[in-house]
Design a protein around this ligand. Sequence first.
Ligand SMILES: Nc1ncnc2c1ncn2[C@@H]1O[C@H](COP(=O)(O)OP(=O)(O)O)[C@@H](O)[C@H]1O
Ligand SMILES: [Mg+2]
Length: 295
Amino acid sequence: MEATARAIPVGGVPVPGHPAEIRFEHVTYHYPDRERPALDDISLTLSAGTVVALVGTNGSGKSTLVKLLAGLHKAQAGRILWDKVDLAEADRDQVFSHIALLDQSFARWPFTAETNLAIGKPARVPEPEQLAAAAAFSGADAVINALPHGMKTLLALQFRGGSELSGGQWQTIGLSRTRYRDASLIIVDEPTSALDPEAEIACFEKIRRLRSPTTTVVLVTHRMAAVQHADLIYVLHEGLLVEQGTHQELLADKAGRYHRMFQSQADQYISGTDGTVPGQQNHPATADQQGPVDR
Ligand SMILES: Nc1ncnc2c1ncn2[C@@H]1O[C@H](COP(=O)(O)OP(=O)(O)O)[C@@H](O)[C@H]1O
Ligand SMILES: [Mg+2]
């Protein structure tokens, strides 16, 4: 009996590859050495085929939420459901295989450009056409074409014949890798810190385009101009989910935190540029096109 039990491979409950819905139900997460929970009784829903933004100031709990969503931390209270499967009981390898997590660091592998694109799907033999399409998606094709050996260039300066890329160039590689990988949940946690405002907006546009009917995109940022086109925006503050809605809905609440954050970043940009005091009807499009500077 015991032998049989042990023979069952350590796995867990199979998870749906393309869940229609991922749901947080009263999720709390507390780092052991902290007084306050990083996430406090969070309930929210991510629907397949949507772009969902998580916004909030530094320390509001965005990255912690992402780690729970990706199965990297376990909720201490509440549940995270992939359709009907509780993530706590799910087969972790399966979960990981469906998630692409793109964060600040944009993994830089000391391998060839080709391997850097294909590494998200290690089991697959790289298919040149799909790799090329993925590279073209983000502009990585131009970066790669300029390399001495194209796709076969080693991206590591410390090796003979290797080349090094800039932060922005690595980001195009990271985006293309995500595209190639074809995950059902793409989580992007503040990937734009190395970009200037124009490049940031282009980057977010590409990230939004990673959405498909079966792919949910979760965009995490403290930059308000980047999230206007999300289907749904969740606003976190000190571990609490304080507001949710579309950009228009949230902006309409003049007493709300979203409105205040958006306005203050748009104001920062405008007053920083021409020194004028921004008017009340600071049109959202202004902030989107030009991007607030909040560094
Ligand atoms: N590894 C950690 N250990 C202890 N506290 C942490 C850790 N990571 C984050 N925190 C704390 O949890 C809270 C939320 O952090 P985080 O989720 O990183 O917020 P955000 O991504 O919105 O900036 C903050 O108070 C932060 O200091
Ligand atoms: Mg963070």
